[in-house]
Design a protein. Structure first.
Length: 262
C-alpha cells in the first residue's frame, strides 16, 4: 500500500494544470515579442499576434476617460491600436457610440476581465449597439480594464467566437498579455524621443492632437476651419516625419513622447 500511495503522490506532483499546459508551448513567444517592441506600432502588432493565438482576431486598445456634461456622462477615447472591421469602425464613429457603448460603462465598474454578454442593466440603446456589433462581425467579446492613477482606464477589447470568450483560461491569458502591454507601454514612454516636436509644423501638431482625441478628418476640418483634404495632408506629412504608417499610431507616439498633450 505504501508503494502504491507513493506512486500516486508522484503522479500528482508531475500532473500539470490546464493553464500551464497551454502556456508551455508558446508562452515565451508572445512575451518576448511584447518585451522586444521598440515603438508603439510594434507593441500593438505584438499584442494583436498574441490575441490572435488566443482566438481573438479583432481587438481595440484605448484609453477611456469620462466627464460629466450637464446631466449626462461624456466618454472620450484615445485610440492606441485597433483591428476591427472597418465598416463597423466607420459606423461606430458616425453614430458617436463611445458614450453609448455599455462596454465602456462596465469598465468603470469592473476591475477584472468581463464578457460583453454578462453586462447587466442594458438600456435599449446599449442592447441595439451590441446587436449591431454582432451583425458587423464581432460575435462576442471580452474586455480587460486596467485602471490608471488619473482616473482613466486602459481598456483592451477582444472579440472572437463565443467559445473563445467563454474559455476561462483565455480570460486569464488575455489579462496577462494586457498587463504586459501596459508595462511595455510605460517602458516606451520613458525612452528618450528620437523624433522631437521640431520635426512637425504647428498645424501638424494641431491635427495630431485632435486625432488623439478621437476626431475624424472631417471633424478636425470643421474645428480648424479647413477642408478634410487639408487635414489629411497635414496628418500624412506628420506620419512621414515620424516614420509611422498609421495616423492613430502617430498620435499615440506623439502623446507618449510628450510631443502633444491631448
Amino acid at each position: 500500500m505504501k508503494h502504491v500511495s507513493r506512486r500516486r503522490s508522484n503522479e500528482g506532483q508531475h500532473r500539470s494544470s490546464p493553464i500551464s499546459d497551454r502556456l508551455q508551448p508558446g508562452a515565451p513567444t508572445p512575451v518576448m515579442r511584447l518585451a522586444c517592441a521598440t515603438d508603439i506600432p510594434s507593441l500593438v502588432e505584438s499584442f494583436g499576434h498574441a490575441a490572435g493565438k488566443l482566438g481573438f482576431p479583432h481587438y481595440v486598445i484605448s484609453r477611456v476617460t469620462r466627464s460629466r456634461s450637464t446631466c449626462a456622462w461624456r466618454t472620450a477615447l484615445e485610440m492606441i491600436g485597433a483591428h476591427y472591421p472597418q465598416a463597423w469602425v466607420r459606423h461606430y464613429q458616425h453614430r458617436d457610440y463611445a458614450s453609448t457603448d455599455p462596454v465602456h460603462r462596465a469598465a468603470f465598474l469592473q476591475s477584472a476581465p468581463y464578457r460583453w454578454h454578462d453586462i447587466i442593466g442594458l438600456s435599449k440603446a446599449e442592447r441595439r449597439l451590441l446587436d449591431e456589433a454582432r451583425e458587423a462581425g464581432l460575435p462576442a467579446g471580452l474586455s480587460i480594464p486596467l485602471h490608471q492613477s488619473d482616473g482613466s482606464i486602459l481598456l483592451f477589447n477582444l472579440s472572437g467566437s463565443l467559445h473563445s470568450v467563454n474559455d476561462a483560461i483565455n480570460s486569464r491569458l488575455a489579462y496577462l498579455i494586457s498587463a504586459q502591454f501596459h508595462f511595455e507601454l510605460h517602458r516606451l514612454a520613458l525612452m528618450p524621443s528620437r523624433r522631437g516636436a521640431h520635426l512637425l509644423t504647428s498645424r501638424q501638431l494641431e491635427c495630431l492632437t485632435w486625432v488623439a482625441r478621437g476626431k475624424t478628418s472631417s471633424e478636425i476640418g470643421e474645428i480648424l476651419g479647413r477642408s478634410h483634404y487639408t487635414v489629411d495632408y497635414h496628418i500624412k506629412e506628420a506620419m512621414e516625419a515620424l516614420n509611422i504608417r498609421s495616423r492613430t499610431a502617430a498620435a499615440v507616439h506623439a502623446t507618449v513622447q510628450g510631443i502633444i498633450k491631448p
